[in-house]
Design a protein around this ligand. Structure first.
Ligand code: NAP
Length: 228
C-alpha cells in the first residue's frame, strides 16, 4: 500500500488518479479547492472505509496549501501529484492581454506546485515521487500559437521543477514532469485523444517506475520521453 496525495483531485485526471489508487489499495489524500462542490470525490470517499479522505486545498493560496497539507497528518508520502490547472485564454493575445488571467495561471500552475511541494517536503524521503502536470503546449515542439499564459506557465513550472529535482537528488526524492496526453476532461473536451482512465493508468505506471537517475525529466503519459 502506498500513500498518495493529489492536489487538484475534484475532477478530470486528478479524480481518476484518486479512483485508481484507491482501487489499487492505496491510502489517498484527495485535495480539492472546494470540497463542498466535489460531489463525485465525496461519493468515492464515503464508500472507501476511510482509505480516501477529502481535504480543502486551493493551490493558489499559501494558507490554504499549508492547512490542507496539515489536515492530512504528518506521515510519509510516497507519491505527490501536482495536478491542478486552468487553461486560461486560448486566443492569441497580440492586441490586448488579460493580465488577471496570467496572474491566475502563474499562481495555480507555477507557484502552486512549489507551494504544495514545500508543504509536503518534510514528509518526502528517499524514493518519494513528486509528479508535476505540464503539457505538450509547454514544449518547443508544439507547432501552434495561442495559449500564451498557459504555455508560459507550464514551461516555467517544468524548468523550475527540473531545478527542484537537482536540489532534492541528495535526499533521494524523485521529481517528474509529465504531459498527461490530450485527455477527454472538462479541459480537453469530448474530442480529445484519450480517456481520463487511459491517462491516469499510464501516469500511475510511469510514477511507480520513475527512478532517481531520471529525476527532473519530462515524459508523456505513455512512458515516452517528451521533448522540452
Ligand atoms: N486535459 C488535457 O488534455 C490536458 C493536456 C495537457 C495537460 N493537462 C493538465 O493536466 C492537469 C489536469 O487537467 P484536467 O484535464 O484533469 O483538467 P480539468 O478537468 O479542468 O480539472 C482541473 C482540476 O484542477 C483543479 N484546480 C484548478 N484550480 C485549482 C486551485 N486553485 N486549487 C486546487 N485545485 C484547482 C480543479 O478543481 P475545481 O473543480 O475546484 O475547479 C480540477 O480538479 C492540468 O494541470 C492540465 O493543465 C491537461
Amino acid at each position: 500500500m502506498a500513500t498518495i496525495a493529489i492536489a487538484g483531485a475534484a475532477r478530470g485526471i486528478g479524480f481518476e488518479l484518486a479512483k485508481q489508487h484507491l482501487a489499487a489499495g492505496d491510502r489517498v489524500y484527495a485535495l480539492a479547492r472546494d470540497p463542498g462542490a466535489a460531489g463525485q470525490l465525496n461519493t468515492l470517499a464515503k464508500g472507501s472505509d476511510g482509505q480516501l479522505t477529502v481535504h480543502a486545498m486551493d493551490v493558489a493560496d499559501d494558507a490554504s496549501v499549508k492547512a490542507g497539507a496539515a489536515a492530512t497528518g504528518s506521515g510519509p508520502i510516497d507519491i505527490l501529484y501536482n495536478v491542478a490547472g486552468i487553461v486560461g485564454t486560448v486566443e492569441p493575445e497580440l492586441e490586448s492581454v488579460d493580465w488577471a488571467t496570467w496572474d491566475n495561471a502563474f499562481e495555480i500552475m507555477v507557484k502552486g506546485p512549489l507551494r504544495v511541494l514545500q508543504a509536503f517536503l518534510p514528509r518526502l524521503g528517499a524514493g518519494s515521487k513528486v509528479i508535476n502536470f505540464s503539457s505538450q503546449l509547454a514544449a518547443s515542439t508544439w507547432p501552434y500559437g495561442g495559449f500564451y499564459a498557459y504555455g508560459a506557465a507550464k514551461a516555467a513550472m517544468g524548468r523550475m521543477m527540473r531545478s527542484v529535482a537537482a536540489d532534492l537528488k541528495d535526499r533521494g526524492v524523485i521529481v517528474g514532469i509529465i504531459h498527461p496526453g490530450y485527455v477527454q476532461t472538462d479541459m480537453g473536451g469530448p474530442d480529445a485523444e484519450i480517456t481520463p482512465q487511459e491517462s491516469a493508468s499510464g501516469i500511475r505506471k510511469l510514477a511507480t517506475e520513475w527512478t532517481l537517475d531520471r529525476s527532473g525529466d519530462f515524459y508523456k503519459w505513455n512512458g515516452e520521453p517528451h521533448a522540452w
